[in-house]
Design a protein around this ligand. Structure first.
Ligand code: WT7
Length: 657
């Protein structure tokens, strides 16, 4: 925001601020000051007010084994009890918890009472199967009521779930099952997306056949598409048979606040994906607080987060947050472009959605569609029920922000651009809609109590106006607890010795506006890409590429993409001759499919270029900065005098074929 004079600022609309749970900058500052003066007291107060405890905690933050922090450690609770039972006890039993809309448009309403029955029956079935507190359960399901029921049922009995996104490959599923040592897998015959039925159980079978999944004793199969699927005798059981005869009520398992609610695997800069471990108490607290403060959720709202339960956004803002606040939420199975690109707008109109939370990539693709077809333009729908919009997963470019604001929000809805990560559990830097004047492209200010800062390489905090490394100075309740099976990696990734092990390293670069102190995220500072809001490690894609028999060496970088934010660009050296023309096209397709098969379709490189070699320094290090310039199509300005073979730059500057 260097030209801050010309930046447009959107103050909170007066009518929004008047009714907001946190209203006005003074209220925000008061909360920040409370946290500043008595950090533990602040979080303890909120944890007592917003979470229902079976056994109250007496200790707030335990830093004795830093950076393995504990919050509310001697308190006991059950997350599913907080999400379901306490709402029923508060008289909301008949309120709609979930409005599910299937790919084909069929709508199902589930009340809190009905949810309790469905969760209880599944929880009792898990118990009957011998699944107990602390066991890991892998969930490989499409967007569905069943997905939420499965997660809540795990929470109810204290089993730790690990959801694997339905777009991940057999290999990825196998690796996650193996790392977690899961005892049970929940999947479906298939999934419905865009009018097509896609298989899921066959992929799960392939994963289990790979070896390393011997810990799995049972596979529960929900029949979604009705496709015939092979069932392994003694191991596989259909959902309806699994729950048959189970009681309608399951007593919650009261767990310690630190009990691992879930693992969620995410990509890092090196090595295999890491199993981010989250707690029960601290995680739930932040899910609730952000629902109430960032989303200003009220009793009559209809909340819609378009994420998939396979990502953290789906965990916090579909499975847990909205339900823990007694809200009504939309759960959507399908895709934004089916039957046409007006689907989101039609659903907002049909269900009178009041709070809508989606990703910039989705907005950008819908802008494109609306530009060419007035029938799918948001203006062709009645979106007057909307009062608040949200954005998540990647930076939102000001043009997309303005379109979202004007055309979807009718110019009257604030947009909360929420910065956070799988590891943070919930929002970290975000506007509060009744408080924060908005600047398109900026996630503005830290959530009250979150001590975000920007430092240099030595960990010294920088003055506003300067760019640097985004860190969090104090532990917060919903933070990652460890990496499953790899506490050392937790420590080195997030509390590196460079900062004396005292600062949480987010992995992003950021700047702060010199006058307002507003944060703007400038992107990852490690080898992690963000493609359509999905996080991908370059090393993972490189390993997949070099596992192909034709490939000798590969380097992967990101390049800016108008639609997906970043696109994956791979530079590949083949074992044989460097192909050209149609031969090159054939190999490109083969390599894309290979990566798709190993990791999942989202990891397929958009651009693959062949060279006889890769640009390296004398010591043999790949010059990635140079590759990034080539990927962008920029003139190479770096010093290339150290290159063995400068001719390869010309080879790598364009896609073959
Ligand atoms: C990375 C985390 C947050 C849940 C979904 C993604 C980027 C996330 C924003 C935002 C700019 C953002 C960061 C972050 N990111 N939200 N509002 N503005 N960048 O979770 O897969 O763990 O990815 O997404 O680079 O580190 P994730």
């Amino acid at each position: 925001m260097s030209e801050s004079q010309s930046v447009q600022v959107f103050p909170p609309p007066a009518d929004f601020a008047a009714q907001a749970t946190i209203s006005g900058m003074d209220a925000y500052r008061a909360l920040c000051a409370e946290a500043e003066q008595d950090y533990e007291g602040y979080w303890a107060r909120l944890a007592r007010e917003h979470v229902t405890w079976k056994q109250p905690f007496t200790q707030t933050l335990d830093e004795s084994n830093a950076p393995f922090f504990k919050w509310f450690a001697d308190g006991k609770l059950n997350v599913s009890h907080n999400c379901i039972d306490r709402n029923i006890e508060a008289g909301l039993g008949d309120k709609t918890a979930i409005i599910f809309e299937a790919d084909g448009g069929e709508v199902t309403h589930v009340s809190y009472k009905e949810l309790l029955v469905r969760v209880s029956r599944f929880a009792n079935a898990l118990k009957a199967q011998g699944v107990k507190k602390g066991d890991r359960v892998v969930i490989y399901l499409p967007m569905s009521i069943e997905g939420i029921v499965a997660m809540q049922a795990c929470a109810r009995i204290g089993a730790t779930h690990s959801v694997v996104f339905g777009g991940f490959s057999a290999q990825s599923l196998r690796d996650r099952i193996n790392d977690a040592g899961a005892v049970l897998l929940i999947t479906s015959d298939g999934q419905c997306r865009g009018g097509k039925a896609l298989p899921l159980k066959p992929i799960a079978d392939e994963a289990l056949a790979m070896g390393g999944c011997e810990s799995i004793k049972k596979v529960v199969v929900w029949q979604r598409t009705g496709a015939a699927c092979a069932m392994t005798e003694g191991r596989d059981i259909f959902w309806q048979d699994f729950v048959a005869g189970q009681a309608d009520y399951c007593e919650p398992e009261w767990v310690e606040a630190e009990h691992p609610l879930f693992l969620l695997y995410t990509s890092g800069s090196t090595g295999k994906p890491k199993g981010v471990q989250h707690s029960s108490g601290g995680y739930l607290l932040h899910a609730i607080l952000t629902m109430k403060w960032t989303f200003d959720l009220k009793a009559n709202d209809v909340f819609w987060c378009t994420a998939d339960i396979g990502w953290v956004t789906g965990h916090t803002y579909i499975t847990y947050g909205p339900l823990a606040c007694g809200g009504t939420e939309i759960v959507f199975e399908g895709v934004p472009t089916y039957p046409d690109a007006g689907r989101f707008w039609k659903m907002i109109q049909d269900h009178k959605v009041s709070i809508f939370y989606t990703a910039p990539t989705a907005i950008r693709s819908l802008i494109k569609a609306a530009d060419t077809n007035a029938a799918v333009h948001p203006k062709s729908f009645d979106l007057s029920s909307l009062r608040l919009l949200g954005s998540v997963g990647e930076p939102i470019n000001p043009a997309a922000w303005s379109w979202y604001h004007d055309n979807v929000g009718g110019g009257r809805c604030p947009i909360v651009d929420t910065f956070w990560q799988t590891e943070t559990g919930g929002h970290m830097i975000t506007p509060l809609p009744g408080v924060t004047p908005l600047v398109p492209g900026s996630c503005t200010l830290p959530f009250p109590g979150i001590q975000a800062a920007i430092v240099d390489e030595t960990g010294t905090e920088l003055d506003w106006g300067k760019g640097g490394i985004l860190v969090v100075k104090r532990p917060w309740p919903s933070m990652i607890r460890t990496i499953w099976n790899d506490p050392d990696r937790f420590q080195t990734s997030y509390y590196p010795a460079d900062f004396n092990g005292k600062l949480y390293l987010a992995g992003d670069g950021a700047t702060r506006d010199a006058e307002t102190g507003y944060f703007t995220i400038t992107g990852r500072i490690d080898d992690v890409l963000n493609v359509s809001g999905h996080r991908m490690g370059t090393m993972e894609i490189e390993s997949a590429l070099v596992s192909h028999p034709l490939v000798a060496e590969a380097a992967v970088v990101g390049r800016p993409d108008d639609l997906t934010g970043e696109a994956i660009c791979a530079f590949v050296v083949l074992k044989g001759e460097r192909p050209e023309g149609d031969a090159a096209k054939k190999v490109i397709k083969e390599l894309q499919d290979h990566v798709g098969k190993l990791i999942g379709p989202i990891a397929k490189p958009k651009d693959i270029r062949f060279g006889e070699n890769l640009p390296k320094t004398r010591s043999g290090k790949i010059m990635r900065r140079l590759l990034r310039s080539l990927a962008k199509g920029e003139e190479v300005t770096q010093d290339t005098s150290t290159l063995e073979n400068p001719a390869i730059l010309a080879q790598l500057s364009h896609t073959a074929g």
